[in-house]
Design a protein. Structure first.
Length: 371
């Protein structure tokens, strides 16, 4: 019988967990879960070679191992540092880490615009979450910010380079999921930018996955841009018989309209594995072209495990407050004085917002929209 694999004991924020040798501190912390897991803006478990770029996952190693208990002299990137037996790590229990993370957020926000109110990624942006948790109210930066023009990468994806944090995830997607990568990071230092060489389009059946891995709103789905705020839509698990991918997706719906199709995500914001155990990357057909409810077999509401605004206002795992109106009214049912749908002309069921080109304006509803 083969020897049972020896496991390493590692203690993170005073919680001990056993993991196989070769596991990174980040993945050991994810095994514990919750706040113990450091934030990760560039590491993506489904993309080989990712990590080591953003420094948001810094942790303090207060004891190297049982054999050599000396602490590591500097904070280390937990996505790139593997555990040792007996290692002790501090994440949220280390003031040094909290301070360093605030510094990293400040650096990331030097050039990143604070345009969350108009950004499609708002509500599911990892940088937005990170800024709420570690950001400062003001900026100390006095120089002009780096800006770029928006670029269409093909007809379905838009690159808003000003928002990019150079995490390289989209480059790994193009490298590992497509046959021919057509984009990468050009130039160095503060001139570094994601670009397609001489503005080539990104043509590949799986290139739409760059949108899902982008932690910020730098790569957005043009079929969804400005159509809706993500927290107004309801995520629903659905599938179809797709010849190119697993066809297991998440539909973002409002009423009967499918506004957006994405891969399903786990609690770390990464693409979930499919029922067959493979990473659930989806093809462009499913993502961009199947926007009708009849294209899909609906499985049911998605369970959103990630702590974010998306998990608010949805209908899975929500504990509703007790309805007290009837008690207060002595057992009588409250009368509805006004049903907004009877008096409002905003509802125009014949206009499918998900299918119109560009954002809806008053012209859309007045029937004066010119093509
Ligand atoms: S475009 Fe998005 S995924 Fe690509 S490097 Fe920039 S932030 Fe990362
Ligand atoms: S997640 Fe570790 S450096 Fe970015």
């Amino acid at each position: 019988m083969a020897d049972q694999q020896q496991l390493f004991k590692v203690t993170i924020d005073n919680i001990t967990v056993e993991v196989p040798p070769g596991t990174t501190i980040l993945n050991a912390a994810r095994k514990i879960g919750g706040d113990v897991a450091p934030p990760a803006m560039c590491y993506y478990s489904k993309l080989q070679g990712s990590g080591g770029k953003c420094r948001t996952c810094l942790v303090e190693v207060s004891k190297g191992s049982d054999k050599d208990p000396r602490p590591m002299p500097k904070l280390v990137a937990s996505c790139r540092t593997t555990v040792m037996d007996g290692m002790e790590v501090k994440n949220i229990t280390s003031p040094k880490v909290i301070d360093a993370r605030a510094g990293v957020v400040e650096f990331l926000l030097i050039n990143h615009p604070l345009d969350c109110p108009i950004c499609d990624q708002a509500g599911e942006c990892h940088l937005q979450d990170l800024s709420y948790e570690h950001g400062k109210a003001g900026t100390r930066y006095e120089f002009q910010r780096r800006t770029f023009h928006k670029v269409d990468l093909g007809d379905k994806i838009q690159l808003h380079m000003t928002r990019c944090i150079l995490c390289y995830r989209c480059v790994f997607v193009a490298d590992q999921l497509t046959n021919k990568r057509e984009h990468g990071i050009l130039d160095r230092g503060d001139h570094a930018q994601i670009a397609t060489y001489i503005e080539k389009n990104l043509h590949n059946e799986f290139i739409g996955n760059v949108i899902d891995v982008c932690p910020v709103g730098a790569l957005t789905d043009k079929t969804f841009r400005f159509k809706n705020r993500v927290w107004f839509t309801k995520p629903v698990d659905a599938h179809r018989d797709c010849p190119k991918c697993s066809g297991e997706v998440q539909l973002w719906m409002r009423g009967d309209e499918v506004f957006r199709v994405t891969a399903r995500k786990d609690e770390w914001g990464e693409v979930k594995d499919t029922t067959s155990g493979k990473p659930g990357w989806i093809c462009n057909d499913c993502r961009f072209d199947k926007k009708h409810i009849n294209d899909w077999v609906i499985e049911g509401p998605s369970a959103i495990s990630r702590h974010s605004v998306i998990s608010q206002g949805h209908y899975v795992g929500i504990e509703k407050p007790k309805e007290v109106l009837i008690d207060v009214m002595g057992g009588r049912k409250p009368r509805l004085f006004l049903d907004i749908h009877d008096v409002s002309e905003v509802n125009k069921p014949n206009i499918e917002l998900s299918l119109i080109d560009g954002p809806a304006t008053s012209d859309t509803f007045n029937g004066t929209k010119k093509d």
